[in-house]
Design a protein around this ligand. Structure first.
Ligand SMILES: CC(C)(COP(=O)(O)OP(=O)(O)OC[C@H]1O[C@@H](n2cnc3c(N)ncnc32)[C@H](O)[C@@H]1OP(=O)(O)O)[C@@H](O)C(=O)NCCC(=O)NCCS
Length: 221
């Protein structure tokens, strides 16, 4: 497949909604008003991947910039995204790109498309001189281990490479580390049971020793 990764346009909105329904058939998709709001507040932070031959939207990634001091690390997805509208986007003070969504069509997963979207995100962070990317990685495989492992034990096993998780194992391959496990990050998620790993990638072009030290102090071990 020939693939293009570019910033999202209004003409992609229906394609994104169709993509959401293919990835999460039992969950309400991103709404048109939400996607329009993302494009209004931070067009550079919204990406799609297109199959060049069919024109189909096969993947998307949505982000905003936050000033981390406005938040607590264990806040949930709604807090970080202002209920999915991104109206809390703060490019004046913010140094953190917050990854609010990434998804690849089920028929196209495992072909390097998620990796290409993360490459686009890292390039954006470098271009804007931001300090880092943070996101909540839903622990999608946790439900299968909930009877025997706490979410923290499960996450440590995924980080150690002993157990694969469909989302976190992918994020770790993109150079992220886990800072902590957040409870009640996403409500009504039967796979993660609401648990997510707060993950971070630091931009080496702007980070100082104190940024790495802060990360190492918080990193889940
Ligand atoms: C998670 C997701 C975005 C990954 O995208 P993808 O296009 O399938 O991933 P890629 O093909 O780019 O994989 C990149 C790397 O991650 C690895 N990887 C991807 N999925 C993995 C998994 N389930 N387990 C282990 N490793 C995985 C790949 O092997 C690849 O490694 P490599 O660079 O050494 O070759 C995609 O599977 C998806 O959309 N899932 C459903 C929605 C979702 O959970 N989104 C995250 C919400 S927090």
């Amino acid at each position: 497949m020939r693939l293009t990764v570019r910033n999202t346009r209004e003409s992609d909105i229906q394609g994104i909604i169709d993509l959401c329904l293919a990835v999460y058939p039992d969950t309400p998709p991103w709404g048109e008003a939400q996607i329009r709001s993302h494009l209004a507040v931070f067009p550079e932070g919204q990406f799609v991947a297109l199959d060049e031959d069919s024109g189909e939207v096969v993947a998307m990634a949505a982000s905003l910039i936050v000033w981390w001091d406005d938040y607590e690390a264990d806040m949930n997805w709604r807090d970080f995204t202002e209920h999915g509208m991104f109206t809390n986007h703060d490019p004046d003070k913010g140094r953190t790109l917050y990854g609010a969504e990434v998804m690849v069509h089920p028929g196209r997963q495992g072909c390097g498309i998620g990796k290409a979207l993360y490459q686009a995100r890292r390039e954006l962070v470098e271009r804007l001189g931001l300090l880092r990317i943070r996101a909540g990685a839903r622990l999608r495989g946790y439900h299968a281990h909930a009877a025997t492992l706490t979410p923290e034990q499960y996450t440590r096993q995924v980080v150690a490479g002993l157990v694969p998780d469909p989302t976190l194992s992918f994020q770790l391959k993109q150079g992220f580390i886990v800072l902590k496990v957040v409870h009640e990050y996403l409500r009504h998620d039967p796979e993660s049971l609401g648990y997510a790993a707060l993950i971070e990638w630091i931009n080496p072009a702007v980070a100082g020793a104190e940024d790495y030290a802060a990360r190492d102090r918080f990193a889940l071990r």
